[in-house]
Unconditional design. Structure first.
Length: 409
């Protein structure tokens, strides 16, 4: 199984990113009570409402009741939950339930979630294309990547919430005259339910599985240390994907203006890196003379706009491998070339910060669309969606933690 930055005793809820010990979780009534007992009924869950604004009626959570059969609520806030490892007896209807929930947000936990399951956060500057990348990656994971690794990759909660939003975005971009999704709005303290994925496959004769999730924040949410500290998921992430807009680098400003692209001088690649670096250093209590151990995938989006600066036969311009292994040598070659490009673009100080602050990081170039859109109208190229290496960041993170095999040189 995967190693976790939380060790063996805790992971994080893939929905709210609160620290979670899967041996002490909450439970929701299964709706199958004992004969002769009054059955439980659905109602709005106050924790779901507080966490995500979700008032959908659901079966009640399992907790102690008083002599009158009412849920105890000693704090005057949320009702107390009974915490256990695999099941609990509903005090209302008497039925046993194995429907596990996060004690913090009452989201249903995937069956294969354990204390080694990774959580990945995706962050980036404004206009770097986070939502576009996630929308395309959603389809790539459940289809292309699943076929490549002969794996089952799906969303445990079904096509709902953020996962449904991503699927809708991909559909809207993929149709004739496709339209890009709107900018992600800053969230601040308000939580947004992430897209959660479950990957199962057989490796060396054994079935392995893991859970990972992606959270899409606005660029403004990590543009300063104060704003970044509000993003709890960053500190709980097992790996972080930092998405950079190539047009935001100093030497690409002229090209950006020629294409009608507006960049924010106060929301730069370095600002984004500084924000997440501060959060990770604080969360993991990194000493001044030590480096952050959380792996960081530094992803340059819209790389197709700069293919004229890359040799035609270079791996960066070639389609990703169809083999069911991660090609580390190829990935390192792309890393080295991206470092050269970033230096040419005036980002050499960003590279120095990465080397000084991170124990493990990887530079990756991707294109969610495969061809430049009409930046003024926000419409996709007439060629349609031609995603290029969008899965590389997540595959690198999973290979780095040992979940998928690495091609040996």
């Amino acid at each position: 199984m995967l190693s976790s930055i939380f060790g063996k005793k805790a992971t994080a809820c893939p929905y709210c990113y609160a620290s979670l010990d899967v041996n002490k979780v909450a439970f929701r009534c299964s709706g199958r009570g004992l004969p002769g007992r009054t059955p439980c009924v659905t109602l709005s869950d106050s924790r779901r409402l507080e966490a995500f604004g979700d008032s959908t009626p659901v079966m009640p959570s399992i907790g102690p009741v008083d002599e009158a059969g009412n849920r105890s609520d000693p704090s005057g806030g949320h009702a107390v939950d009974i915490l256990a490892k695999s099941s609990a007896i509903c005090q209302g209807c008497g039925g046993e339930s194995g429907v596990r929930m996060c004690p913090a947000c009452h989201s249903l936990l995937p069956r294969s979630l354990d204390n080694s399951s990774p959580m990945f956060g995706l962050v980036g500057v404004r206009s770097s294309g986070k939502t576009v990348l996630l929308s395309v990656l959603h389809k790539e994971l459940i289809r292309t990547v699943a076929r490549r690794f002969d794996a089952s990759i799906d969303t445990p909660g079904g096509s709902a919430g953020f996962a449904r939003e991503l699927a809708n975005n991909e559909e809207n971009m993929g149709r004739s005259g496709g339209v890009l999704p709107s900018q992600t709005q800053a969230t601040g303290r308000t939580k947004k339910e992430p897209a959660v994925y479950e990957w199962k496959y057989t490796r060396k004769g054994k079935t392995q599985s893991t859970i990972f999730s992606f959270y899409d924040s606005a660029g403004e949410d990590i543009s300063s240390q104060a704003a970044a500290m509000e993003q709890q998921y960053l500190g709980e992430s097992s790996g972080v994907i930092l998405l950079l807009d190539p047009f935001a680098f100093p030497e690409n400003q002229v090209a950006a203006r020629e294409k009608g692209i507006t960049t924010d001088p106060h929301n730069t690649p370095e600002d984004a890196l500084d924000g997440i670096t501060y959060v990770l250093q604080e969360k993991h209590k990194v000493k001044p003379n030590k480096k952050i151990k959380v792996p960081l995938a530094v992803v340059v989006s819209k790389i197709d706009a700069f293919f004229d600066q890359v040799p035609a036969n270079h791996p960066l311009r070639q389609a990703q491998s169809a083999e069911n292994t991660f090609d580390e040598a190829e990935s390192q070659t792309i890393h080295d070339h991206m470092a050269s490009l970033i230096t040419q673009w005036g980002g050499d100080n960003l590279l120095r910060k990465l080397n000084e602050n991170y124990e493990t990081f990887r530079l990756i170039g991707v294109s969610a669309l495969g061809a430049e859109p009409d930046y003024q109208s926000g419409t996709v190229s007439s060629r349609g969606l031609l995603p290029h290496r969008v899965a590389d960041p997540i595959l690198w993170l999973l290979s780095n933690s040992g979940f998928i095999p690495v091609k040996k040189v």
